[in-house]
Design a protein around this ligand. Structure first.
Ligand code: UDP
Ligand code: MG
Length: 321
């Protein structure tokens, strides 16, 4: 029998785990032709997530978990999940039921019967989102698709089912700054997109604030495009050209009309403007440098604190005493 691994990152999800588990078992009992492995990645939760996972594992050996030593972020959790997944097919999905497990059946049949390596989902619309957030999200997707060769689909969710080949190719990219939406697209493969209406999370709250999303978007731009560097160089060239023309203008004017140099206010504003542009350029450079710095340090993407194997070994050991 083929195995489908569900990779589920969880950060403080005690309120939704039970619901999620029930929905998944329902789907699993319908899909008798495959075996499920549900791999939860506890991303350093501060609530009862881990003890609930231990409990689930006690009842159901299809459940597995990895617990991090602290919060490393969803991207790290996804990476750990993909690394430890054993299935022929691997799905990544959120714990909050915003990614309906009921879609898995259809997704699996498409992968089995049609010539695709991946089924990905996107949200049909942005209802339930604040207009400002929608505006920024749309602008981000427009911008990044203009300046990056990797296509990043507007409204794409991380929820997708992939073949083993695709998972392995994603794992072959062991970069530290992981922007999954880009990585999934970068590796290529034939992807079928299905869309569904946006669903609110069942309980608990989103971990993304406006600022964290903005920073995440910047990460995406820097990871998948070097166009900002080119823009900063071109702006530099443009200002050099203007400076050259003004020099000629001032020299000619002084020689012909003999006017003394006046205009302290204009000088000050130009000075401010140019130093602003310079700092802006250095800032862009700094962003790339800082990413390179983190990459070069070669730190692990995540640190594992315990898995179901450790816990069960300890329990067996305790029993044998
Ligand atoms: N998540 C995580 N680590 C984090 C933040 C989030 O593993 O640092 C998980 C979270 O538990 C959930 C998924 O990522 O399963 C999506 O998070 P959330 O629902 O907060 O994001 P949203 O759906 O609002 O984009
Ligand atoms: Mg969510």
């Amino acid at each position: 029998m083929k195995v489908i691994t569900l990779v589920v990152p969880c950060y403080n999800e005690e309120k939704v785990l039970q619901d999620f588990y029930h929905q998944v078992t329902k789907v699993a009992s319908k899909m008798r032709e495959v075996t499920f492995e549900v791999l939860f990645v506890d991303d350093g939760s501060r609530d009862n997530t881990l003890s609930m996972l231990k409990e689930l594992r006690r009842w159901d050996k299809r459940v597995r978990y990895i617990s991090f030593s602290r919060n490393f972020g969803k991207e790290a959790a996804l990476y750990a999940g993909l690394q430890n997944a054993t299935g022929e097919y691997v799905a990544v999905m959120d714990a909050d039921l915003q990614d309906p497990p009921s879609l898995l059946e259809e997704m699996y049949h498409v992968l089995e019967n049609e010539d695709y390596d991946c089924i990905a989902t996107r949200r049909g619309d942005r209802t339930g989102e604040s207009p400002i957030r929608s505006f920024f999200a749309r602008t981000f997707y427009k911008l990044i698709n203009k300046i990056s060769r990797t296509e990043i689909v507007d409204g794409a969710r991380d929820f997708r089912l992939m073949s083993r080949k695709m998972v392995d190719s994603i794992l072959s990219m062991n970069e530290y700054n992981r922007f999954s939406k880009g990585l999934f697209s970068w590796v290529g493969f034939k992807t079928k997109w299905i869309s569904y209406e946006n669903i609110e999370r069942v309980a608990g709250e989103s971990k993304w604030s406006f600022w964290s999303l903005l920073l995440y978007a910047l990460d995406g731009v820097i990871a998948f495009s070097t166009v900002p560097l080119i823009i900063s160089s071109l702006t530099g060239l443009f200002f050099c050209a203007i400076a050259f023309l003004t020099i000629i203008f001032v020299v000619v004017r002084t020689l012909v009309w003999g006017e003394p140099v006046a205009g302290y206010p204009s000088l000050v504003s130009i000075l401010f403007f140019l130093s602003g542009m310079q700092l802006f350029g250095i800032g862009i450079l700094g962003q790339y440098l800082s990413k390179t710095y983190l990459e070069v340090k070669n730190r692990p993407v995540y640190i594992e604190r315990c898995t179901e194997k450790d816990v069960e070994r300890d329990e067996r050991y305790a029993q044998s005493m």
